[in-house]
Design a protein around this ligand. Structure first.
Ligand code: C6P
Length: 412
């Protein structure tokens, strides 16, 4: 468990404010996590002291910003246990990381009749890029279905997986349901038919231990802003041999070795995929977020968050006992992280969100960029509470109390 949650909370300045006259209760962590002071200070320090473009000039500021930028690459390599730093490419986020793979690996490797497998619970950013490249190449997108509890139907996966499958692009942890998918088994089975596996790690990396070598995944996508770091920064992990064989994503500065009007030769990985000036300050500050998470320990964080989830689900069960099962939990997989979607009888999810906001409670409402998943459950959207390392059981009680009154209101 996490010791001294109050000390942890003190490191997040944003949490200490009132919203609509009430203390802020921030339960929209799956959308983006708040940033510790260390990260905010690192961003400020970069712009106050070190701002310079990287990998280009001979002057001291450029050397310093390059050194700090590359230090984050080292930290993320260790964070996910990649074999080497060169396998970690900086991007804008998970969306860009997936588009990069679809547009480069997909362009080079997919052909008419090939199949790409995704799951029903994918975020749009792990559906649309594959639809786009499949359409271009005449490849076929197939979908692994899920159960009512939100578990992947592995026997259906087994049936869909054939020698035609070239890519399995699968979310590790669902942003809408919280389900943790059995990715190790998925990777082993996909590799057995010669398919490549991309894991969307947007939600997983803040909750679970990540070891890409132990998992054996071919690609993993990571988002800084869901890991207590700045927005506009992400990482694409890829195995060296795959990255080297892929054509570049964008052309421009940094990604070249030599340019003439007749021909351009490309830089080595990771730079081949890092055209243009990146979000240097954001990348540098991301290191402080990773160090912060490392220091607290993923296991301790997970235990704390699991406790919050259980406290919430138990509280909802109590409300339901007294109120004719007014709240329906959406996503009840056995193996899940601290994300809980729900609906309330006779209430639109958006109205619930507004009523909670009036009490200072921030949750996400809507389809969570997972429209096909919502269609699977015949829903337009849900309310989603997602808990992070700085949340407390007292805050969960505030949410439960608010839901109790909303349910009474909806039953009038
Ligand atoms: N989900 C949510 O509220 P970016 O922001 O591009 O780094 O990540 C996109 C993304 C991809 N996959 C999953 C599983 C995600 O959860 C997200 C972002 C946010 O659930 C915003 S829609």
């Amino acid at each position: 468990m996490l010791n001294n949650i109050n000390n942890i909370r003190l490191q997040f300045p944003i949490l200490h404010q009132e919203v609509n006259g009430k203390p802020l209760v921030y339960f929209d962590n799956a959308a983006t996590t708040q940033k510790p002071k260390l990260v905010i200070d690192a961003l400020q320090r970069y712009y106050e002291l070190d701002n310079a473009n990287i990998h280009r000039a001979a002057h001291t500021l450029a050397a310093r910003s390059t050194e700090y930028f590359e230090a984050t690459r080292k930290t993320i390599q260790q964070f996910i246990n990649a074999k080497e730093e060169a396998e970690c490419i900086f991007t804008k986020g998970v969306t860009e990381s997936i588009n990069l793979v679809a547009q480069t690996w997909g362009k080079a490797n997919l052909k008419a009749g090939d199949e790409v497998l995704v799951t029903t619970m994918e975020h749009h950013s792990n559906i649309v890029p594959w639809q786009m490249i499949c359409e271009e190449k005449g490849a076929i997108l197939k979908v692994i279905p899920i159960s009512n509890s939100g578990d992947l139907l592995m026997e259906e996966f087994d049936k869909l997986l054939t020698s035609k499958t070239k890519m399995v692009a699968c979310v590790w942890v669902s942003n809408a349901l919280g389900t943790i998918n059995p990715v190790k088994e998925i990777i082993q089975k996909a590799h057995a038919v010669g398919a490549i596996v991309l894991l969307d790690g947007a939600q997983a990396c803040s909750h679970l231990q990540v070891d890409v070598q132990a998992l054996g995944c071919d690609f993993l996508t990571i988002s800084s802003h869901k890991l207590y770091g700045p927005t506009g920064v992400g990482v694409l992990y890829g195995k060296r041999e795959l990255l080297e064989a892929m054509p570049p994503y964008q052309g421009g500065g940094e990604m070249i070795k030599e340019v003439t009007f007749e021909k351009t030769t490309y830089n080595e990985i990771p730079y081949k995929f890092e055209a243009g000036t990146p979000n240097i300050g954001g990348v540098i500050a991301f290191k402080y977020a990773l160090d912060f998470v490392n220091e607290l320990g993923k296991e301790n964080i997970a235990k704390h968050e699991d406790h919050l989830l259980k406290h919430f689900v138990d509280g909802v069960t109590q409300i339901n006992l007294l109120n004719n099962h007014a709240i329906t939990l959406v996503g009840q997989a056995n193996n899940k992280v601290s994300v809980q979607s729900f609906t309330i009888n006779n209430m639109h999810h958006f109205d619930v969100g507004m009523m909670l906001d009036a009490k200072g409670i921030a949750v996400r409402t809507g389809h969570h960029c997972t429209q096909p998943l919502m269609q699977r459950f015949n829903l337009e959207g849900t309310v989603r509470a997602s808990f992070a390392l700085y949340n407390t059981t007292a805050e969960v009680d505030v949410l439960l109390q608010a839901l109790g009154s909303i349910v009474k209101f909806s039953n009038r």
